[in-house]
Design a protein around this ligand. Structure first.
Ligand code: FAD
Length: 389
């Protein structure tokens, strides 16, 4: 079985200084108390513009983010590409309500999609659909509420922007992924994603939906997509993730008096995630997969399904991916073994990236075992390098 924990391969692109920064960072975010302070400070920074960049930029930002612009991401991107790990540049922007501001975001995203066509190191582009419209309209469309004429115009603009980005992805020759976020926006996003797949996924998967497998309805939704593929002779693109908003979804369901859309136990999510991978590999002629996870068992399961099906490691229909700054052992060891691998590389101004950074810190503190493992590997690698000096 492939060793996914070879630390020399895992950290080859990282300098001693970067490893020391990472070690410091993971020992801080291991503490839920420190993460609560970080969340509190970040809320203050967003509300009253409290300056935090002096603390965040040399630590969390440097570890988890590529830079403020696409160009600033190039050094990180090139280093990873030298080890066959590609980059998915992920523009971070806070939600805005005015059409003119939304249009600015759209222009940056378009730039990002065009840019994907220029670099071998960028296999996909990606965007958050909530950045292209107002939350209130998206929520109304998702729940089937009628829109005012003004809201209808705003929603039509949203649909046109998404269509324009997908058309740009076709021109760039690189697929485009549509991120998933909160449950109450997702129906509208699923609908437009299906429309885009029907329009652009005839020859190959250009448009990828995101399925959050912590949702208890997503295995059924996968069957729906398979049917859609069969009826319309299209190739479905799917990014699988477990889902990043579990606490929020549960609290909101409790408040709203509806059943939580999230499975009650981690094991249910894990089983659904792996089952979706199995079904997808089984249907690899119809479904192209982008497997976004830091879970080693899921990666090993995907490799096994591929082997059982006789697919080569570099099967073009299958990508594995982690976030920049996390689980380098998985990314670099799988890439070394010839699998298609990418890392999500976020970029944007500190203020806009803050919620993403807090989510990463919360996630790492919630999964104490995972952080401890990162820390152990970082310490081992620093020790190994010291012994060579
Ligand atoms: C490349 C990439 C792209 C991503 N894009 C998105 C995106 O578009 N949208 C999005 O929402 N997230 C996205 N994520 C984040 C992802 O959803 C997870 O939050 C994160 O990857 C942690 O899950 P894991 O599979 O890595 O590992 P694990 O550590 O094995 O799983 C942790 C996850 O399991 C689930 N979980 C934990 N406890 C329970 C419980 N008690 N009951 C039920 N489920 C539980 C939660 O989803 C939690 O995040 C992305 C991640 C990656 C790597």
């Amino acid at each position: 079985m492939l060793d996914l924990n070879n630390i020399e391969i895992a950290f080859k692109t990282r300098s001693d200084r970067e490893l020391k920064n990472a070690k410091f960072l993971f020992s801080v975010i291991k503490s839920p108390f420190m993460v609560r302070i970080l969340g509190f400070m970040s809320n203050l920074a967003l509300k009253i513009r409290l300056p935090v960049s002096w603390a965040v930029k040399p630590t969390l930002y440097r570890h988890f983010v590529g830079g403020e612009t696409i160009e600033e991401c190039f050094p990180a991107m090139n280093k990873m590409m030298a080890e066959n790990v590609k980059s998915v540049l992920d523009f971070s922007i806070e939600a805005v309500e005015k059409e003119a501001e939304i249009d600015k975001t759209f222009q940056e995203l378009k730039h990002s999609v065009i840019n994907s066509g220029k670099h071998e190191a960028i296999p996909f582009s990606v965007f958050k659909p909530t950045a292209l419209t107002t939350h209130s309209v998206l929520k109304k469309v998702s729940s089937g509420e009628p829109l005012t004429p003004e809201e209808q115009i705003s929603h039509n603009n949203f649909l046109q922007r998404i269509d324009a980005l997908c058309a740009e992805a076709v021109k760039a020759g690189k697929p485009i992924m549509i991120d998933a976020e909160d449950y109450w926006f997702q129906k509208a996003i699923d609908d437009v994603t299906e429309d885009m797949m029907l329009k652009y996924n005839r020859k190959t998967a250009v448009v990828y939906a995101t399925l959050q497998m912590y949702r208890n309805d997503r295995l059924d939704y996968l069957q729906h997509l398979i049917e859609l593929s069969k009826r319309n002779s299209i190739i479905i693109g799917i990014k699988y993730v477990r889902g990043a908003y579990m606490e929020k979804e549960r609290a909101r369901a409790l408040d709203g008096g509806y059943p939580s859309p999230v499975y009650p136990a981690k094991k249910d999510t894990d089983d659904a995630f792996n089952e979706a991978l199995r079904i997808s590999v089984e249907n690899h002629e119809r479904i192209h997969v982008f497997c976004g996870t830091h879970n080693e068992e899921s990666i090993l399961a995907l490799m096994k399904y591929m082997r059982d099906k006789g697919l080569p490691n570099n099967c073009p229909a299958i990508y594995m991916a982690q976030l920049y700054g996390m689980s380098d052992n998985l990314s670099f060891n799988t890439a070394k073994a010839g699998y298609n691998v990418a890392k999500y590389l976020p970029y944007g101004k500190i203020r806009n990236v803050l919620p993403y950074l807090v989510r990463r810190a919360e996630e790492n503190s919630a999964i104490a075992g995972q952080t401890t493992r990162e820390l152990i590997m970082l310490k081992q690698e620093l020790k190994r390098r010291k012994s060579l000096k």
